[in-house]
Design a protein around this ligand. Structure first.
Ligand SMILES: Cc1ncc(COP(=O)(O)O)c(C=O)c1O
Length: 407
């Protein structure tokens, strides 16, 4: 076996737990105990009644939308600055994505624009905690109550952040998490839904678990009574579901990672702070604003780059220089979802033509998101230790100073 590139990813109990899974009778959530253990820890940490493990932070969104009653033709409002998955999960539920614009300082969904976009067909809102910062959840919940809308918080990028003293993920009817490779905790691919509502928890588990009728809000195992389950007359399914279950190996790794969640979040927050301190040396790297009363768990450090206008250096050239000096790759923000070919070219219409035949998205729909997206730089925060983060932040300082001198 070659050298392990990033051993810091599994400094906890990951290997030990994996060995236990290998020796166990069942490697599936339908029979094993690792999913359950992980779900329990997760629910405890967020102080919610139910946590249901999934195989991604997209299957969570799809299942959650259906669990709260989103039906074909309903409208679901999500922000215009986010990954495509909030859109695709909506389309998986045969619902219509509606985009609300963002606040240019926090990059998060603007509650005022949510309210402007509400129609008689609106059924749900997916507020996204972009880059680790929760949106204005209090205002969003007021709007949801006023129009009787369901709220699914997309917290794929956000762990343990607070919004006015309350933990993000505990405002809405359900919240969704991702354990994809780059997230605060990871098992390669995985996800979790949390909720305090028993009915939604059971429904979401069934939708993610082939619609087995004996799945409960608390329990992912289905073969509890073998004499019944093995009987040829036994009827198993009372719900249309998918197989969105998390394998036991992933649950074990994710649990080991979750045991270190405070440390992993803190590492990203401290790394981000180092970069933000350095960015104060210039006026063209403007970090995502964290309003008073909020915390940001910094999945990544999002910054508006104004260097093209202010120092005459393009986005691409600044990135090149940073890498040349020893910095890491800087990601741009994903395209505004309705500019992605799959949406712009209406490739989704054939899935459900009677729902989508008149659905079109035009340029100018969400001007703030469209303006800011090409300027965003995402700086890495998932350093294995703060020494490395400090080194990279100093590289950035050098680059900023070099441009000051050369202008
Ligand atoms: C905000 C957001 N929502 C949803 C997802 C989808 O999660 P996953 O990749 O686990 O399907 C991601 C991550 O990729 C994300 O960043």
């Amino acid at each position: 076996m070659g050298r392990i590139k990033n051993p810091s990813k599994y400094l906890g109990n990951e290997l030990e737990y994996l060995k236990k899974v290998l020796r166990a009778e069942s490697w599936s959530a339908t029979g094993g105990s690792w999913n359950q253990a992980f779900e329990r820890k997760f629910a405890e940490k967020f102080k919610v009644r139910y946590a249901v493990a999934f195989n991604s932070g997209t299957s969570t969104l799809h299942a959650a939308l259906e669990a709260v009653g989103v039906k074909p033709g309903d409208e679901v409002i999500s922000p215009a600055l986010t990954v495509i998955m909030d859109t695709t999960a909506t389309i998986h539920a045969n619902a219509i994505p509606v985009y609300a614009d963002i606040d240019p300082h926090t990059f998060n969904i603007d509650p005022k624009d949510i309210e402007r976009k509400v129609t008689k067909k609106t059924k749900a809102i997916i507020p996204v905690s972009l880059y680790g910062l929760p949106p204005d959840m209090n205002s969003i919940m007021v709007i949801a109550k006023k129009y009787n809308l369901m709220v699914i918080e997309d917290n794929a990028q956000c762990f343990l952040s607070k919004c006015k003293g309350k933990v993000s993920g505990t405002f809405g009817h359900m919240a969704s998490y991702s354990f994809e490779n780059t997230k605060h905790i990871s098992c390669g691919e995985g996800g979790m839904v949390i909720t305090n509502n028993k009915e939604y928890a059971q429904k979401v588990r069934k939708i993610g678990g082939h619609g087995f009728k004996n799945l409960t809000a608390q329990e992912g195992r289905i073969r509890l009574r073998q004499d019944v389950f093995q009987n040829p007359h036994y009827k198993r399914h009372d719900e249309i579901g998918w197989n969105y279950r998390l394998p036991e190996f992933n649950a074990a790794v994710a649990l080991a990672q979750f045991e270190r969640i405070e440390e992993l979040v803190s590492l990203r927050m401290k790394s981000a702070k180092m970069f933000i301190d350095v960015m104060r040396e210039c006026d063209y790297l403007i970090p995502q604003e964290t309003p008073a009363g909020y915390t940001n768990s910094y999945y990544t450090l999002g910054v508006v780059y104004e260097g093209a206008e202010r120092i005459g250096v393009s986005w691409e050239d600044f990135r090149k220089e940073y890498i040349k000096e020893g910095g890491d790759g800087i990601y741009g923000a994903w395209s505004v979802p309705y500019f992605e070919p799959v949406i712009a070219e209406r490739k989704f219409v054939g899935r459900c033509p009677w729902v989508y035949k008149n659905v079109r998205y035009e340029k100018g729909l969400c001007p703030q998101a469209e303006k800011i997206q090409p300027k965003i730089m995402q700086f890495k925060t998932n350093y294995r230790d703060l020494k490395l983060a400090r080194f990279k932040a100093e590289v950035l300082r050098k680059v900023i100073r070099s441009f000051k001198c050369s202008i």
